[in-house]
Design a binder for this molecule. Structure first.
Ligand SMILES: [Zn+2]
Length: 78
């Protein structure tokens, strides 16, 4: 491996520790729930999820779990 690549890997590891560098505004995630798999999306800073609970509440276990996972990296519209 050339020294340039080694430097890139080190920098990538450093960046991965610095969550505030990342600003996620679009995302699609399949989540394996206890009964079904659900698909949650982030588009233009707004969540969508195909589960029933989300339809009535605009928030659900899946979007809340993603917010917890991606804390500090999401660009959410309010
Ligand atoms: Zn959901």
């Amino acid at each position: 491996m050339d020294s340039g690549m080694i430097g890139k890997i080190q920098k990538a590891k450093q960046y991965a520790q610095e969550r505030n560098r990342f600003h996620i505004d679009t995302l699609k995630v399949n989540i394996n729930g206890e009964n079904n798999t659900h698909t949650a999306k982030l588009e233009d800073g707004k969540w969508q999820c195909d589960c029933d609970y989300f339809k009535g509440h605009s928030i659900c276990t899946h979007t809340m779990a993603l917010e917890e996972l991606l804390k500090g990296m999401l660009v959410l519209a309010e």
